[in-house]
Design a protein. Sequence first.
Length: 366
Amino acid sequence: MAIARNNKAILLTLFSIIFFIFVYVNLSVERKSRTPTVVKPKSKFADLIECYKVGNPVPHDAFKLPDVLESDRKPRPGKTIFFHETSCPKSGLLELGPRQVCSIESAAKNNPHFDIFVLFTSPRYISPDFLSTEIWRLKLTYKNIFLRNNDMWEYTKNSSGVKFLESEKLFSSHFLPVHMSDFLRLLSIWKYGGIYMDTDIIVKRTFENLPLNYGGIEEHGVDLNNGLLSLAPNGNGHEIGDLFIKDFAKNFRPDGWPDNGPLLITRVLRKVCNATDLKEIPVERCRGFKVYPRPMFWAVSYTIAGHFFDTDKFESLKDQTRNSYSIHVFNHMTKDIKHKIGTKSLYGVTTQEHCPVTYANAGQYL
Ligand SMILES: *[C@@H]1O[C@H](CO)[C@@H](O)[C@H](O)[C@H]1NC(C)=O
Ligand SMILES: *[C@@H]1O[C@H](CO)[C@@H](O)[C@H](O)[C@H]1NC(C)=O
């Protein structure tokens, strides 16, 4: 019995030793194999961030577009219209669709005393083919168009958005190019003042006589649309811009398409103006920010944006937009509609007049 008990004890001890060695070896092996990733976990969005930081491979004969902060010709405070192109295309080249180019032309043509800065968020290059593109032809015609890269990390430094951008929360967005554009437009008009415009808006009348600091009402659930937004480079305009950026950083929602755009500027302005209904609010109540009625920039609802391309709707839309400064064709609703050059729709007639170079060179469709 005593021997058997002794044997049992020895066996137990041996077993324990083996067990501890086993656990120790396993743990240390696991520790070793995990060491490199434990130091800095790779972001889920690392590839996306890389795309915007480094860009995609380009042909050897392509050269990099200068960055807006590094080139000599900077946006002139309060005298600039900004466009932000926030996709990260595989080609890495400067590319714009004809409808985007038309929008840029309409801004340049109708606002000759303003500079038009088209900013590309992902690093873009220009290849020799660039000399046959629409946007190049436009640059030859309109001396007030400037194309620039826009390193958003540099651009955001010294703003209330810097910590937010470094947190990489933006890259958790379900609508990344949209939310990036929502963010960067606020940065631009906070930094330099002036006007931001979406590339699906066509300018019909000059903005040069409108005092800066304005936006426009849009029905259907949201009060203001952020497709066109203006701030002054100093004073109240600059301060409202800072409020926009702070709200973006604080309340960013990755899964809500309008949440960081139209809904954001609406909720900030409700606070600024101390009013829930921003329609017909006097400019003095909003620290000098003018809320224009709907027909000013987008007389026609996005739900029927297809009518812009419909010859049967020409007369009624022409009437509705008679006094408008711009028309907004809501690209996400209309991008698949093919528009044949020569069609007498409101889109056709407006583009022929307000983006004549693009129209003349469009070929069969615009
Ligand atoms: C940062 O902003 C402050 C105040 O607006 C300004 O005085 C300063 O020059 C800015 N610095 C940079 C690097 O832009
Ligand atoms: C905001 O408006 C309400 C009435 O609508 C008023 O009682 C309140 O004093 C206002 N607040 C400020 C800060 O002006």
